[in-house]
Design a protein around this ligand. Structure first.
Ligand code: NDP
Length: 334
């Protein structure tokens, strides 16, 4: 597959260029930035032959199969629509858009054009979360009663730009992290939250956007979920806990970008560690995307997953703003 990177971003540099190149014949031929100078410098640093500030120039290249979009969040929609119109497959970063209508338009356009559209929700690609999901599916802890997601991190210095001060660019911890938590909960429990009640705050880093949020979700099965995300916690650590009628699962250090952490299951039989596969999360996301393009299966997180997870995050923000519990009604993509 031959790719265009749309967005001269940190995530592309640190993870996705490597993941694309890890797929045998995977090539990155263009980087598109808002600035020609920055595109050229990024291309030089990352050994990419083409650099442009004109998206259409890259999309006109007939050798291009797919685009990976990792610009700031408000740009995803128009860039995806342009790529789809040019007949390219799209792997887009979360949140798909700053609005649910925008995300839905992207996924509908891809469907109409017959191109593959995927959302880069990397956590569901982790061996740790797949092992936990299998335990839940195999009824290893009985009926799930509750799940706790603790994902309060300390935003690295280099990422303290638009995320903290630019609501127009899709800044804030809710579009940044709650959307990942929503996707992970949906993936592990195999059901979509029914309603949410939330609060959010600006506890130190954020300027004009929230840097912390806490929310409680109810699931159709009756299970309750508690989700905590923040940019301001240097020592909190991350993880999930799932408690069932016959056991509990404790997973620590499993919410990052690398294959790490540890999982333990506790039942009446005692405590035991849960082994999991240590593959690279982003390689796996790109691998599944390439297979889908080749007609084999679906991406790890589809466009519809991207929409639904965004709907949960948006409901959290609306609930926090209004003080009202939000009931979710999910988009249908016919
Ligand atoms: P960055 O801030 O690194 O990049 C976003 C944009 O900011 C770039 O496209 C670039 O614009 C501009 N930019 C970046 N660095 C500089 C710089 N030094 N000087 C000037 N402009 C700069 O963001 P991230 O890589 O962290 O995030 C990008 C997207 O990826 C977001 O949508 C985010 O939500 C998502 N993401 C997803 C992750 C995942 O695991 N799925 C993890 C991290 C982020 P231009 O292209 O115009 O040059």
């Amino acid at each position: 597959m031959n790719w265009v990177l749309i967005g001269a971003s940190t995530i592309a540099r640190d993870y996705m260029i490597g993941a694309i190149r890890a797929q045998g014949a995977g090539r990155v031929s263009w980087v598109v930035s808002g600035s020609q100078e920055r595109a050229a410098e990024y291309a030089r640093q990352n050994d990419i032959p083409g650099a442009t500030s004109d998206l259409d120039e890259a999309l006109r290249d007939p050798s291009i199969d797919a685009v990976y979009i990792s610009s700031t969040n408000e740009k995803h929609q128009s860039q995806a629509i342009a790529a789809i119109a040019a007949g390219k497959h799209v792997l887009c970063e979360k949140p798909l858009s700053t609005t649910i209508e925008g995300a839905t338009a992207m996924v509908r356009a891809a469907k109409a054009a017959g191109v593959v559209f995927a959302t880069n929700h990397h956590l569901r690609c982790a061996g740790s979360h797949r092992a936990i999901r299998s335990l839940i599916r195999d009824n290893a802890i009985g009926r799930v009663l509750s799940m706790r997601v603790f994902h309060a991190v300390h935003l690295p210095e280099g990422l303290r730009g638009w995320r903290l001060d630019n609501p127009d660019a899709g800044g804030g911890v809710i579009p940044d992290i709650t959307v990942h938590n929503a996707d992970l909960v949906r993936f592990i429990l195999g059901e979509d939250p029914q309603d949410v009640a939330a609060q959010m705050g600006v506890s130190g880093m954020g300027k004009g956007v929230e840097d912390s949020a806490m929310s409680v979700w109810t699931m159709p099965s009756g299970a309750m979920v508690m989700s905590h995300e923040s940019f301001t916690h240097p020592f909190a650590g991350s993880g999930i806990e799932i408690h069932g009628t016959e056991g509990s699962i404790f997973a620590k250090g499993v919410m990052g970008q690398d294959p790490e952490g540890e999982i333990e299951m506790v039942t009446a039989a005692g405590r035991k560690p849960v082994p999991f596969d240590n593959h690279n999360l982003y390689d796996e996301s790109v691998r599944r995307f390439c297979e889908a393009v080749a007609g084999d299966g679906t991406p790890a997180a589809t466009g519809l997953d991207g929409i639904k997870s965004l709907q949960v995050a948006m409901a959290v923000r609306t609930s926090a703003r209004t003080g009202q519990r939000q009931t979710l009604k999910y988009e249908e993509i016919a």
